[in-house]
Design a binder for this molecule. Structure first.
Ligand SMILES: [Zn+2]
Length: 85
């Protein structure tokens, strides 16, 4: 007469894992974007009295003189300068 005690040990012992506190600091590198947009006035070359006023913008806005053409920096009006002989 042998009693066989079949004890089923439930090995379901859940061990609580402690969250390891890692000393990792999140490096928040914020790149400071400096939006420097300079308001530069397109004055062009100093042409003295040869500056023409823009027909679109009106009087006061002068056209920047380039090699063979003049352009307005405000509205973008370009005009080919024809040299009259
Ligand atoms: Zn203009």
């Amino acid at each position: 007469m042998a009693r066989e005690k079949h004890e089923e040990k439930k090995a379901g012992v859940k061990e609580k894992k402690k969250p390891k506190k890692t000393g990792k600091r999140e490096k928040s590198e914020k790149k400071h974007k400096s939006n420097r947009w300079k308001l530069y006035v397109v004055s062009g070359e100093k042409a003295g009295k040869k500056n023409k006023s823009c027909p679109k913008c009106g009087f006061g806005v002068f056209l920047a003189q380039h090699k063979d053409r003049i352009s307005c920096g405000t509205c973008g009006y370009t005009e080919s300068e024809i040299k009259k002989v």
